[in-house]
Design a binder for this molecule. Structure first.
Ligand code: SAM
Length: 292
């Protein structure tokens, strides 16, 4: 396990993932009943950006903060940006000192009645996570394989909630592991909202994951195609060698407002974060072989 998320915190992939995560959490808060949030690959919760302006975050969250979005976009960014700003002492006049990971976003947006379960397999990172959240009785942290945990944690007793599956993709078979875990999880709890993050590096593998999952849900689990949404963003030519150029989410049971939000957010994020003329985005609802 050599992947360290601190090297990438706040990059364009985090921006899209975390904006969507925050919107989903806000949607769950529209009802008073408690919800569960399960983060299978949690990382360390928050990241110190104090290593200079050359980090990936300078091309991600920093560009969003420097932009002046129209009101509709600002409203959709607001839940995520409120956490970014709070973590930085509500100061907007200085360069960012820290960036919130998915656990921090959830911890700051959730309410007294909600419950958060964090799995992190890396020994040091799981210790850091425990030190950060150990005092919060709404939050459980575990040093555990997040995929295996899904079998035990689902369905949550609240019967409402969100699962984020955000693996590091440092092994070739990660996509296959995620697909297996997705099937297990959705068999156990078809009613949950799921965010599956994947990089757009091996397009064959990501396409296989997306279509395989969508078609299984529709054919075997009688899902309405509208309950499956794909949102991707690439900030430069996907074929250009170098750092990660594209990534996104397969979303199962999205809040009904999410597709409309993403329809305005994705083109704006693309324009704001683009690094060359080949940057782009896609948003596919009702995903089946015919729309690809
Ligand atoms: N979700 C985090 C966020 O948005 O802030 C970032 C997670 S990072 C992409 C992936 C994390 O998964 C790393 O911290 C890595 O140590 C951890 N990890 C790798 N394999 C794992 C496994 N099988 N189960 C749980 N955690 C794992």
């Amino acid at each position: 396990m050599t992947y360290r998320h601190r090297d990438h915190a706040g990059n364009f992939g985090d921006v899209l993932k975390h904006v969507v995560l925050a919107l989903c959490l806000e949607h769950l808060k529209k009802k008073d009943g408690p919800f569960a949030y399960i983060d299978t690959h949690a990382g360390i919760g928050a990241y110190d950006l104090g290593e200079g302006p050359d980090g990936d975050w300078a091309h991600g969250v920093a560009k969003v903060l420097a932009a002046d979005p129209p009101a509709e976009i600002a409203a959709a960014l607001a839940p995520w940006l409120s956490v970014v700003r709070k973590l930085n002492g509500d100061r907007t006049d200085v360069a960012l000192a820290a960036y919130p990971g998915s656990p921090e976003i959830a911890a700051r947006l959730m309410r007294r009645q909600d419950r958060l379960h964090l799995c992190e397999l890396h020994e040091d990172d799981s210790r850091t996570l425990q030190a950060r959240y150990g005092g919060d009785d709404r939050i459980t942290t575990e040093r555990r394989d997040g995929y295996a945990a899904l079998g035990a944690l689902l369905p949550p007793r609240e019967r409402r909630g969100l699962v984020l599956v955000d693996p590091p993709f440092e092994h070739r078979d990660e996509m296959a592991h995620m697909a297996e875990a997705a099937v297990t999880a959705l068999q156990r709890w078809p009613g949950g909202t799921y965010l599956f993050w994947r990089p757009l590096t091996d397009m064959w593998a990501s396409e296989r994951f997306d279509l395989g999952l969508a078609e299984w849900l529709i054919a075997e689990k009688q899902f309405e195609p509208e309950k499956i949404l794909r949102a991707d963003l690439w900030i430069r030519d996907l074929d250009r060698a170098g750092k990660l150029a594209g990534a996104g989410l397969m979303i199962v049971n999205p809040p009904y407002t999410l597709e409309t939000d993403l329809l305005v957010l994705l083109p704006w994020l693309c324009k704001t974060l683009r690094q060359d003329e080949e940057a782009g985005w896609r948003l596919d609802g009702a995903l089946t072989e015919e729309v690809v």
